[in-house]
Design a binder for this molecule. Sequence first.
Ligand code: SAM
Length: 283
Amino acid sequence: MTCISNSSNLNLTIRQVIKKYGLLQNNCYMRSLGQNFIIDESLLDKIVKSALPIDEKDCIIEIGPGPCGLTRSIIKHCNNKLICVEKDTKFKQLHNDIFNNVRFIYDDALNINLSNLTNKRIVIISNLPYNIGNALLTKWLLNDINRIDDITIMLQEEVVDRICAAHNSKQYGKISILSQLLCDVKKLFTASNKVFVPQPKVTSAVIKLTPKNIKIENLNKLTQLLDKCFLFRRKMIYSTLIKSYKQFNKDNINGILSKCNILPQYRPENITPTQYYELVKYL
Ligand code: SAM
């Protein structure tokens, strides 16, 4: 793909690009948008290589290109069509200066349905804005999963651990259940704070989610059930169900739980993703 213009910016390191465009100056830098930029180019390459191989017909979507360190690595390793979604328009000039064949959309990624951006199948590669990482992933799992081939993202390690958490653990919750039901999930590696400017206070990690290509019925019903269960983590499943599903009496609820091999006194974290999926079929 001949994505890159003749700009001299390409000869600059990412640190130099950040300096040239004054991206860390007080009037420019936006902490609220999670603007911690990766300056270690070998790490950027490592993230992209973790997403390979990518079908040449797929469209790659990057959320939050910012100064384009990851964007440059994507272009270096892939020939695919590339769409970037960035909320902060201050990067527009920089993007125009460097690329002439990448589609940049300036909008809030939370407002965008990825499936509306392209007719192709989608691969997501991104160093996500950490404050909305969980919300974005949930949105993709619920709305776009049938169009996605792979998701390789950097997030704070704590969120990556929640996505991968097994049942019976403290980190286990709604995002673990949705992610593991719909995808194979794999924590790939962690990254030191030193590779970012400015340095974030949290540790970061890269995770890969590969959709299982199974059709999950009742996804909305499932998320409603999970919201109810995890609102009070200490509450027994029997109590949550009897309070929330008034069409069922005690015997009905006990019968449903028994069919799913769930004990009435189980807490939300004791129930596996597959058991939740079974349970929702009866509710
Ligand atoms: N890709 C760059 C890198 O890896 O160094 C920057 C990643 S930085 C962690 C997150 C980026 O997401 C920033 O460029 C920020 O402006 C952008 N961003 C924050 N919230 C966003 C949103 N709701 N929609 C789209 N982009 C957003």
